[in-house]
Structures are given as C-alpha cells and as structure tokens.
Design a protein around this ligand. Structure first.
Ligand SMILES: [Mg+2]
Ligand SMILES: [Zn+2]
Length: 191
C-alpha cells in the first residue's frame, strides 16, 4: 500500500463533488462574462456526468468566480437568473444541487471567497455536511484546484475549458480527467 491510486482505476468513492462552472459545466466565452442564457452552452457530456453522480447519490455543488459583477459589467440579477434556470433545468432531470456558490467580487476587493481562496469551497462543504475526505473539487483551472487544496480536499483537473492549457503546470498529486464523464465514472461509489 503506497497510497497512490493507479491511473485509470476508480478512486476512493466520493460523496460530494464540488465543481467549477465555466469551462466545466458550460463552455467559456471567448471574452467577457456570461450575462444571459442565450450564451449558455453545455460542455460535451456535462449533463450526463451530473446524472451519473446524482444516480449514485453523490452530492453536487457548484463554486464560481463571477467578478464581472464586482467589475460592474454583469449584474447580480443576471447571474442569479442564470443559476435559477440552471437549478430548475437540472432539477427537472432529477439532479439536485447542494447549491451554486458565487463570488461576486472583483480581484481588488480581496475577499475570502474568490478562488484560489477557499471561501466558496468551505461554504459548500459546510452546507453539504459531507466530510472533506469524501469530497473532491473538480475544475479546469489551477486556481480552482488551489481553492480545493486550501480547503483540504482532493482535487482533479478536467481537460475542458482552460484544462488543456494548464495541465502541464499541474502538481503530480492532482488527478486529471479527460472530461466530466470520466470524472464522474471514476469517482462514483462502487456498486
Ligand atoms: Mg473555469
Ligand atoms: Zn468573493
């Protein structure tokens, strides 16, 4: 037993997955912030992956930096409207979220919730009531993984969004998933 998990195998089952939003659930825009639903495009396989977790009883949270609000280029109302739609859309598919946790601050506000700081992740952990050992953070950027690590979680990079560009600068203890379906398949409880 050396504690490492062979690549390609399943991982210790997780009961709570905390996901970044942009580049993980939806395609990132080439520039700017997503401010209306017409701009929402699911990442390939994202809905299916959420379904796999939900079917296995894995709790799902979303943590997202939305500094467009703090920068004054996106309204809080617009962002909340998108998340309300997202929650309803998933709920209709039988997928319930623990919550969608948003940092609305601009970087110069130096808040505790903007990733790579762990505030949003800690909120999600607390609301879920699931221990950190049974929780994983999955994102497409290094600052997501830094936030997860700072909260004491296992972390994984998904190779959508910024993933392919940042993959080479990863520490070796981060997991790498080709896409969210692979992430779901490898992290759900054994049946
Ligand atoms: Mg992202
Ligand atoms: Zn914040």
């Amino acid at each position: 037993m050396n504690g490492t998990e062979p690549s390609g195998s399943r991982l210790t089952p997780v009961r709570h997955v905390i996901l970044d939003r942009d580049g993980v659930l939806n395609r990132e825009l080439d520039s700017g912030w997503l401010t209306n639903l017409g701009q929402w495009q699911w990442e390939e396989g994202a809905i299916e992956a959420l379904g796999i977790w939900a079917t296995h009883g894995t709790w799902i949270s979303v943590v997202t930096n939305q500094s467009g609000i703090g920068r004054g280029v996106a309204s809080r109302q617009a962002v909340d409207g998108i998340h309300e739609w997202l929650g309803d859309e998933l709920s209709a598919l039988g997928i319930e979220l623990v919550g969608i946790f948003v940092c609305p601050h601009a970087p110069d506000e130096r808040c505790d919730c903007r990733k790579p700081r762990p505030g949003l992740v800690l909120e999600a952990v607390e609301k879920s009531g699931i221990p950190t050992e049974a929780t994983i953070l999955i994102g497409d950027d290094l600052r997501d993984l830094a936030a997860g690590r700072a909260a004491g979680l296992r972390v994984g990079l998904v190779c959508t969004g910024k993933g392919p560009r940042v993959r080479d600068s990863l520490d070796e203890d981060a997991l790498v998933f080709r896409d969210l379906i692979e992430a779901a398949t490898r992290t759900v409880a054994r049946t």
